[in-house]
Design a protein around this ligand. Structure first.
Ligand SMILES: C[S@@+](CC[C@H](N)C(=O)[O-])C[C@H]1O[C@@H](n2cnc3c(N)ncnc32)[C@H](O)[C@@H]1O
Length: 298
């Protein structure tokens, strides 16, 4: 009870009329809409909203659309989730502050976004399972991004991560965009391809390749008898891989394909020849160095 009501309540019948007024005003006072303050404390980081144009840019960078499951970690007033839902995604906000969760739900309702498209969960981002996400959006702090990084890197290859303002240390972004002075960074979670692979080209040629991986950066070599031929034009983009090599006869081979766990498959071009290729992981890690004697498995 407020101090404004307490003195009136003890004056009795003589002041009954004002008391009725105050009591009537009570519920209205209690329903004062929650007004968040920019910079207010949060569990691990304060609340500062992402400007709406940058929200749209971040969702565009991630190419959010129907079929996506978007998680905003630390969802504040819900603007990222609401905007993602408007693009047809299933969107979920995880927010520790229950008042912000309630505010976000009201904002979604006001924007006529159905509750099953824009969900808000009260919880700690470090204790919430967001493994179903195809897109994760962040506006946290550098050290919080780093705490999330191992979990993000375990996600399905191709998952898009977008962060307002803060990076992921040596995990170089795949895109950086700016709204005036505010950067947004995009990363595509790379498949894990490091190791030794046996691969076969349609038509009979079979080789071993060793791949080394540092996040989305690849290097590697293919065994050509006694020659370890360096792979060139290596690219890993989510689960999409491509590389090229020159074989023992001097023919340039261009390959592109997709990675699914311990298997890769795709198509190649070698001079006038084209066809399919497949590869299976022979060992999880390459043997140390390239001077180990190699067996060509033709
Ligand atoms: C900088 S704001 C970003 C809000 C929103 N994502 C946006 O871009 O507009 C960070 C939000 O994270 C919330 N937060 C802080 N620590 C959290 C935690 N451990 N779990 C969930 N939410 C958290 C804060 O309450 C705040 O709303």
């Amino acid at each position: 009870m407020t101090s404004a009501i307490r003195p009136l309540a003890v004056r009795g019948a003589a002041t009954a009329f004002p008391l009725v007024l105050v009591l009537a005003a009570g519920p209205a006072l209690a329903q004062q809409p929650y007004e968040p303050q920019i910079g207010q404390a949060g569990k691990d980081v304060v609340w500062v909203p992402t400007p709406e144009p940058l929200v749209e840019r971040m969702l565009a960078m991630a190419q959010v659309g129907p079929g996506d499951v978007v998680f905003d970690l630390g969802s504040g007033d819900g603007r990222m989730v609401i905007a993602a839902a408007k693009r047809g995604a299933q969107a979920v906000g995880v927010e520790y502050n229950p008042d912000m969760v309630a505010l976000a739900r009201r904002n979604a309702e006001r924007e006529h976004v159905p509750a099953d498209k824009a969900r808000f969960v009260q919880g700690d981002i470090f204790e919430t399972d967001f493994s179903s996400a195809t897109v994760v959006t962040l506006y946290l702090l550098p050290d919080l991004n780093l705490r999330l990084r191992p979990t993000l890197l375990q996600m399905r290859p191709g998952t898009r991560v977008v962060s307002h303002m803060f990076k992921m240390q040596d995990w170089e972004p795949d895109e950086t965009s700016y709204l005036v002075n505010s950067p947004a960074y995009l990363w595509i979670v790379p498949a894990r391809v490091e190791g030794r692979w046996s691969f076969a080209l349609e038509g009979g040629d079979a080789y071993r390749i060793d791949l080394e991986q540092q996040l989305q950066e690849l290097s590697g070599a293919v065994e050509l008898g006694t020659v370890m031929a360096g792979l060139r034009d290596l690219r890993l983009h989510g689960d999409a891989v491509s590389f090229a090599f020159v074989d023992g006869q001097g023919v340039l081979h261009d390959l592109e394909g997709k990675v699914t766990g311990s298997r890769m498959e795709g198509t190649f071009r070698a001079g006038a020849r084209t066809g399919a290729w497949t590869a299976t992981r022979a060992e999880p890690k390459p043997l140390a160095g390239l001077q180990v004697s190699r067996v060509r498995i033709r």
